[in-house]
Design a protein around this ligand. Structure first.
Ligand SMILES: *[C@@H]1O[C@H](CO)[C@@H](O)[C@H](O)[C@H]1NC(C)=O
Ligand SMILES: *[C@@H]1O[C@H](CO)[C@@H](O)[C@H](O)[C@H]1NC(C)=O
Ligand SMILES: *[C@@H]1O[C@H](CO)[C@@H](O)[C@H](O)[C@H]1NC(C)=O
Ligand SMILES: *[C@@H]1O[C@H](CO)[C@@H](O)[C@H](O)[C@H]1NC(C)=O
Length: 486
């Protein structure tokens, strides 16, 4: 009963059925690069590994000699490049290695009835081949999972040389029990492979070192004090002959309200890019959930004071310089400082169209004058609706862009200081944005921003395209030395 309840709770947290808002594809190029890096790590690791004890018994008709090999280490090995392929059949990967040769040393111990003996040995293994198949999937909490499907290990041949104790006896009989020892060693290989897969699975479950915080039911990353990004898988990864595809929830939430936005993710198709190791599709929904998260947390507000207006501006936030737009104002409250309280009326909406990202922002502006005794005197309130459009690209490993003001409309909501010449104010504001603000923003965007970088991996040769409904980034990766993949 309890397990049934737990299983039910887990299915509740699964986001199956919803469209993924972020998609990622690993191409065969990426798989081969990953394999190359992992093979290098394994080769390094093998130098320091001590194998588990190998023990068995040899029937010599008059009884059994029990033997144990302990402290077995590799003194020399030649580790051929393994092969790794996508396996559609098991929705996973098939990895194999053949022609692995290694020289080992260790201690031997035997017991034959009450007779005990020990010494050291050296061994050469020829032509070890291992094939392992794993299936990729997803657990109930949206974590990726790896399951071992099959494992096969074969050793071509081995030479053993015993030293110490009665080894001169054993050395004579090596030919008789060599095959049995080889089979025993073959049996030891796959449990080691399974163990490594289990430990990989464990790392995937906990996303060790990557997740800022993570509970049993969520994979999420705190972006800042306001937003958290939910990134569970939406469904099991899909393996095709040439790629591995993931769909992720990719939804930002306000950490305060955790409110669902009133819109859902639309489906989109990320085209395969076999020339790049990885591709990533970031949908409109992900951007809009971020904007909704900020909005629902009340974080989209700003106070504009005169100190933010450049000194060369002809208009200042001072009641005396507003006569052109509000004739009554300088007469009623001459020489007072003003400020503008700006807050979003609606959640800003991104719409991604081929080639351009559009952003609609609707704000309310409350203007107040500051009396010498500090009292705020309400002046007027207006709505400002603006449409911006931007271009994005990745060049020289930097994210660059540009923003344009497509439209700006002002509408007066109320005024305490007589008529407001909206059309004149609108064109002055447009001019100020186009001449004063956007060129500065664009200068920053043109210089570019460094692409997000992980501790041990870096994106190189990245390209960004803006598609219908999503932003696509295709890239190669560079694993930095000294890193481990997990
Ligand atoms: C995505 O591709 C599938 C299969 O090719 C197609 O049925 C679907 O309409 C496509 N969706 C979009 C949003 O282009
Ligand atoms: C506003 O402008 C007037 C005229 O230029 C100036 O005398 C006054 O000091 C200004 N007020 C503030 C608060 O800066
Ligand atoms: C502050 O000054 C304003 C305008 O000069 C006045 O109306 C208001 O009564 C004053 N408030 C206080 C607390 O003195
Ligand atoms: C600007 O917005 C207003 C109000 O939404 C609209 O009537 C007008 O057609 C828009 N102008 C342009 C150039 O898009």
């Amino acid at each position: 009963m309890l397990s049934f309840l737990i299983a039910m709770l887990m299915t509740l947290s699964c986001t199956c059925g919803e469209n993924p808002a972020i998609k990622a594809t690993l191409s065969n190029k990426g798989l081969q690069y990953g394999k190359h890096v992992v093979a290098g790590l394994i080769q390094e690791m093998l130098k320091h590994v001590t194998f588990p004890d190998i023990s068995g018994a040899i029937d010599i008709h008059v009884g059994k000699i029990h033997y144990t090999f302990t402290g077995v280490t590799i003194t020399k090995c030649d580790f051929p490049e393994p092969s790794v392929m996508f396996s559609q059949e098991h929705n996973g990967l098939t990895a194999s290695i053949s022609g692995f040769n290694a020289a080992l040393t260790g201690r031997w111990k035997t017991s034959f009835g009450i007779l005990h003996d020990s010494g050291s040995f050296s061994m050469v293994i020829f032509n070890l081949g291992v094939t392992s198949e794993v299936a990729l999937g997803m657990d109930a909490n949206g974590h990726p999972s790896v399951t071992s499907i099959s494992c096969n290990a074969r050793i071509g041949d081995a030479n053993v040389r015993f030293r110490g104790g009665a080894s001169w006896v054993f050395n004579k009989f090596v030919g008789y029990f060599k095959r049995q020892m080889i089979e025993e060693m073959e049996r030891q290989v796959c449990p080691v492979v399974h163990e490594s897969i289990d430990s990989l699975e464990y790392h995937l479950q906990t996303m060790n070192g990557i997740a800022a915080h993570h509970s049993l039911t969520h994979i999420s990353y705190d972006v800042d004090q306001v937003l958290t990004l939910d990134l569970p898988l939406n469904d099991s990864p899909i393996v095709s002959a040439s790629s591995l595809k993931f769909g992720l929830k990719g939804e930002f939430y306000s950490t305060k309200t955790h409110k669902e936005p009133p819109f859902v993710a639309k489906p989109f198709n990320l085209t395969e890019q076999p020339g790049y190791m990885v591709s990533l599709g970031l949908s409109e929904f992900t951007l809009n959930s971020a904007s909704y998260g900020y909005f629902s947390a009340g974080a989209l507000e700003a106070l504009i004071t005169d100190s933010m207006i450049p000194p060369f501006s002809p208009v200042h936030l001072n009641t005396s310089s507003m006569g052109l737009f509000i004739p009554e104002l300088p007469k009623r409250f001459p020489g007072l400082a003003m400020n503008l309280q700006v807050y979003a009326r609606e959640s800003p909406v991104f719409s991604i169209q081929s080639g351009a990202v559009k952003l609609d922002v609707q704000v309310c502006v409350k203007a107040v004058a500051i009396a010498p005794n500090g009292t705020q005197i309400p002046l007027f309130k207006l709505n400002a609706d603006s449409e911006l459009s931007g271009k994005m690209l990745i060049a020289d490993e930097l994210l660059k862009g540009s923003v344009m003001l497509d439209n700006l409309t002002l509408a007066l909501v109320s005024s305490e200081v007589g008529p407001v010449k909206i059309a004149a104010l609108e064109s002055a504001l447009k001019g100020a944005l186009k001449i004063g603000v956007l060129p500065q923003v664009n200068a920053k965007l043109e210089k570019g921003f460094i692409l997000p970088r992980m501790k041990h991996a870096q994106l190189v040769n990245s390209v960004l395209t803006v598609e219908e409904g999503f932003i696509a980034v295709s890239s190669d990766a560079l694993i930095l030395p000294g890193g481990s993949l997990i």
